[in-house]
Design a protein around this ligand. Structure first.
Ligand code: CP
Ligand code: NVA
Length: 306
C-alpha cells in the first residue's frame, strides 16, 4: 500500500477507514498465502514493558518477509541508563528502517517519532494499543464476513485497549458499548473523538451496566483490570470490577452467535472465566494469531515491499 509508505503508526486515527480496510484485506491475503511479499529491512523493537505476542508476532512477521529484527532491550541499551530519547531516536534513525516501541507515555512515543524520520509504530502505550486492534478487526471480519454494523461490547477497565477499540470501531462502522465501573471510564477526550467519528453512522456508548451493554452484542471483549504499570492496584480493583467479569451467565445476554475476544495475557477467574476462554465462543487464539498477519501487512505497507 503505497499511501502508507514512510508514515508512523502512533494511534489508530493515523489511518483512515479506507486504509484500515486495505490493510485488513492485505493481511487476509497474506494469511491465505494469496500474496507473497518480500521486505528485506531492519526492524528495531524497543520495549520498556513485557510482551509475548507483540514481540514475537512482529519478529516472525519481519523474518517471514525476509527482514531482520534487533531487540533493543532498554536494560541493555543506553536509553535505559538515561540517554535522552531525542538523542537515541536520532541515532537509531541512522541504523534502522523501522522502529516499534512499547512504553508508558504516548508523549515519549511521539518524541521518538518526531526525532526519527523512519516509521515509528506504537507497540502499546498507556494511551493506545493500535496494533492489537488491527488484529481484532481482522478476527471480527473473518468471523462475520465484514466488520460493518457489528456491535462490540468491551467490559472492564477503560484502558489503552478500550481506547483503540473505540476509535477502531467508530472508524470501521461498528457500534461499541463500553461497560466500566463509574470511576474507570475511558478518557473523555478520546470518547468524544470516537463519538465524532461515529456521528450519524454508528454508536459509541458508555455505561456502568454490564447487562444492558452485552444485550444482543455480537462481540464480547475484555482485558485485564490492572494494566502493566498498575500492578499495585490489582488487588483493590478485584471487588470493584467483579460485576464486569465475562462469564457464562453474562454471555447468555449476548447474541447466541457472539464471539469472545481478549487481547491476552488473561487473568482467568478475574476478567474472564476458564469456561469462557476455553469455551466454544472464544476466538482468542485466532485473535492472537492474527497479530502476525495484521502486523505483517502494516510492516510491508509502512516500509514498501522490495
Ligand atoms: N496482547 C498483547 O499485546 O500481548 P503481549 O503483551 O504479550 O505483547
Ligand atoms: N491493557 C493491558 C494490555 C496488555 C496487552 C496492558 O496495558 O497491560
Amino acid at each position: 500500500m503505497e499511501a502508507l509508505k514512510g508514515r508512523d503508526f502512533l494511534g489508530l486515527t493515523d489511518l483512515s477507514a479506507g486504509e484500515i480496510q486495505e490493510l485488513l484485506q492485505l493481511a487476509a491475503q497474506l494469511k491465505a498465502g494469496k500474496v507473497k511479499m518480500q521486505c528485506s529491512k531492519v526492524l528495531g523493537l524497543l520495549f520498556y514493558k513485557a510482551s509475548t505476542r507483540t514481540r514475537v508476532s512482529f519478529s516472525v512477521a519481519m523474518y517471514q518477509l525476509g527482514g531482520q529484527v534487533i531487540d533493543l532491550n532498554p536494560k541493555m541499551t543506553q536509553v535505559g541508563r538515561g540517554e535522552p530519547v531525542i538523542d537515541t531516536a536520532r541515532v537509531l534513525n541512522r541504523y534502522l528502517d523501522i522502529l516499534a516501541i512499547r512504553t508508558y507515555e504516548q508523549k515519549e512515543l511521539e518524541t521518538f517519532a518526531e526525532y526519527a524520520q523512519i516509521p515509528v509504530i506504537n507497540a502499546l502505550t498507556d494511551w493506545e494499543h493500535p496494533c492489537q486492534v488491527l488484529a481484532d478487526l481482522l478476527t471480527i471480519q473473518e468471523c462475520f464476513g465484514s466488520v460493518e454494523g457489528i456491535t462490540l461490547t468491551y467490559l472492564g477497565d477503560g484502558n489503552n485497549v478500550a481506547h483503540s477499540l473505540m476509535l477502531g470501531c467508530a472508524l470501521m462502522g461498528m457500534n461499541i458499548r463500553v461497560a466500566t465501573p463509574p470511576d474507570y471510564q475511558p478518557v473523555a477526550d478520546l470518547v468524544e473523538q470516537a463519538q465524532k467519528i461515529a456521528a450519524g453512522k454508528t454508536e459509541v456508548t458508555l455505561t456502568d451496566d454490564p447487562l444492558t451493554a452485552t444485550k444482543g452484542s455480537q462481540v464480547i471483549y475484555t482485558d485485564v483490570w490492572a494494566s502493566m504499570g498498575q500492578e499495585d492496584l490489582a488487588e483493590t480493583r478485584i471487588p470493584i470490577f467483579e460485576p464486569y467479569q465475562v462469564n457464562e451467565q453474562l454471555l447468555t445476554n449476548a447474541d447466541p452467535e457472539a464471539i469472545v475476544l481478549h487481547c491476552l495475557p488473561a487473568h482467568r477467574g478475574e476478567e474472564i472465566t476458564d469456561e469462557v476462554i476455553e469455551g466454544k465462543q472464544s476466538r482468542v487464539w485466532e485473535q492472537a494469531e492474527n497479530r502476525m498477519y495484521a502486523q505483517k501487512a502494516l510492516l510491508v505497507s509502512l516500509l514498501g515491499a522490495d
